[in-house]
Design a protein around this ligand. Structure first.
Ligand code: FMN
Length: 405
């Protein structure tokens, strides 16, 4: 008997779908592409959305097809782009009040022309018609403008942007550089899509995250610092952003913070002391590696020709200052080494009581790998959890616990 082998072909987009996270898993995003030169950025952005699990359905204006070929967009998304509307009425299927409606209309890049037409309910391209349906069916819309600086200064265009904002459309700010309003970074666009499709459970909350190491100057050249990348803090900030919070980050100078987050920079414990009075938040998380010591700074450069002694004095406790200045729920972090779990727990509880923290996350440096970590989460009410998890999962767990109360 002949055996028939049937091979199901899968588009290469399936090789990467969900490879970074499942945050956009099960979500359908209609991606409107218009005739900006930034349409060339769309390929990587669409693939990044797929890496987080999204099904991206591309729609192109005629002007966009002259800048980037529909085949390239097909490759990037796994779908033949919609470049004209016909009897299949895809605008109704994807953006109308139907059970097949997509989850988000993301227009990136959006030209001055398309933005202004949407603001006045004019729809004469596949992208603007999707938008008219989406506005009417109250579907979430994110618009990412990109154009020459002179276009972005046009007052009527800015009025149109405001008009759309007033009607609930979310805008991802362009980067104004070299006389142009350049399309926002790929990460900013993806983060904004995640926030728009997020659960909004922290929507009315102000969240402040303090992250990264302090650096205390020894002399004009040298510094005393702590080992910390600020990565955990950035992950916490993004988690709060995805869940709809108003997020502010205080980060030390070297920490890379996504553009759409409000950031204040610090270097020394003194900088944090000065900032502490400005902490206005409902929840403050402090994964920062803050120096326990201050140094009387030397002028110039200390000579290396003979041994020298540096005198360290105790630094003020920033957690204590924050506690004095706010009523916020404060979450502290404690890293120790060379002790057992019981001792770690008792030191963490002591720290929690000392500074009136609502929660503390403690771990042993030796349990922290490049990607995985073991974290003990202790709460004011005595609850304790120990997790062995990927570093990127810690932020989700922390906010789940805070939400649970
Ligand atoms: C090479 C090229 C680049 C362009 N880049 C932009 C741009 O970045 N932003 C913009 O608003 N218009 C830009 N335009 C003009 C638009 O393509 C033009 O306004 C067009 O009518 C937009 O149509 P659409 O909004 O339906 O895509 C560009 C045109 C060309 C030829």
């Amino acid at each position: 008997m002949d055996v028939m082998l049937s091979i199901i072909y899968m588009h290469p987009i399936e090789d990467i779908r969900g490879s970074s996270s499942s945050r956009l898993g099960g979500k359908t995003i209609v991606l409107g592409i218009t005739g900006s030169i930034a349409a060339v950025e769309t390929i990587r952005m669409a693939r990044e959305l797929a890496r987080h699990g999204a099904n991206v359905i591309p729609v192109m204006s005629e002007a966009a097809t002259k800048i980037i070929h529909p085949d390239a967009i097909h490759f990037a998304t796994g779908h033949d782009p919609i470049i004209k509307l016909d009897g299949a009425v895809k605008h109704v299927e994807l953006c109308g009040e139907t059970s097949s409606r997509a989850d988000l209309l993301l227009i990136a890049p959006a030209t001055a022309n398309t933005i202004s037409k949407i603001a006045h309910a004019i729809d004469d391209t596949p992208v603007t018609t999707m938008a008219t349906c989406a506005m009417g069916s109250k579907m979430p819309i994110v618009i990412v403008p990109a154009m020459h600086g002179s276009m972005y200064k046009h007052e009527l265009l800015l009025n149109n942007i405001q008009l759309l904002k007033d009607h609930g459309v979310i805008f991802v700010q362009p980067r104004v550089e070299e006389g142009k309003a350049k399309i926002a970074s790929r990460d900013d666009i993806v983060h904004s899509a995640m926030r728009t499709l997020g659960d909004n459970t922290f929507a009315s909350k102000k969240v402040l995250i303090i992250t990264g190491p302090t650096s205390e100057p020894v002399d004009d050249v040298r510094v005393m610092t702590n080992r910390s990348t600020g990565y955990t803090g950035v992950q916490l900030a993004l988690e709060a952003f995805y869940r709809g919070a108003e997020v502010e980050v205080w980060a030390s100078t070297g920490v890379d913070v996504p553009n759409m987050l409000v950031v204040k920079r610090f270097e020394t414990v003194g900088d944090l002391e000065n900032l502490a009075g400005e902490a206005k938040a409902d929840i403050i998380l402090v994964p920062a590696a803050i120096s326990d010591f201050l140094i009387e700074k030397y002028e110039g450069k200390v000579s290396s020709s003979e041994p020298t002694t540096i005198e360290l004095t105790q630094a003020p406790k920033i957690l204590g200052l924050l506690r004095k200045n706010t009523q916020a729920l404060i979450v502290g972090f404690k890293a120790e080494t060379g002790i057992g779990l019981e001792e770690l727990e008792s030191r963490a509880i002591k720290r929690m009581k000392e500074h009136g923290l609502g929660m503390i996350i403690a771990n042993l440096i030796e349990d922290v790998g490049p990607y995985d970590t073991k974290a003990m989460i202790l709460r004011k009410d005595g609850k304790k959890d120990i997790f062995e998890l990927k570093k990127s999962e810690l932020a989700t767990i922390v906010f789940d616990i805070i939400k649970g109360g």
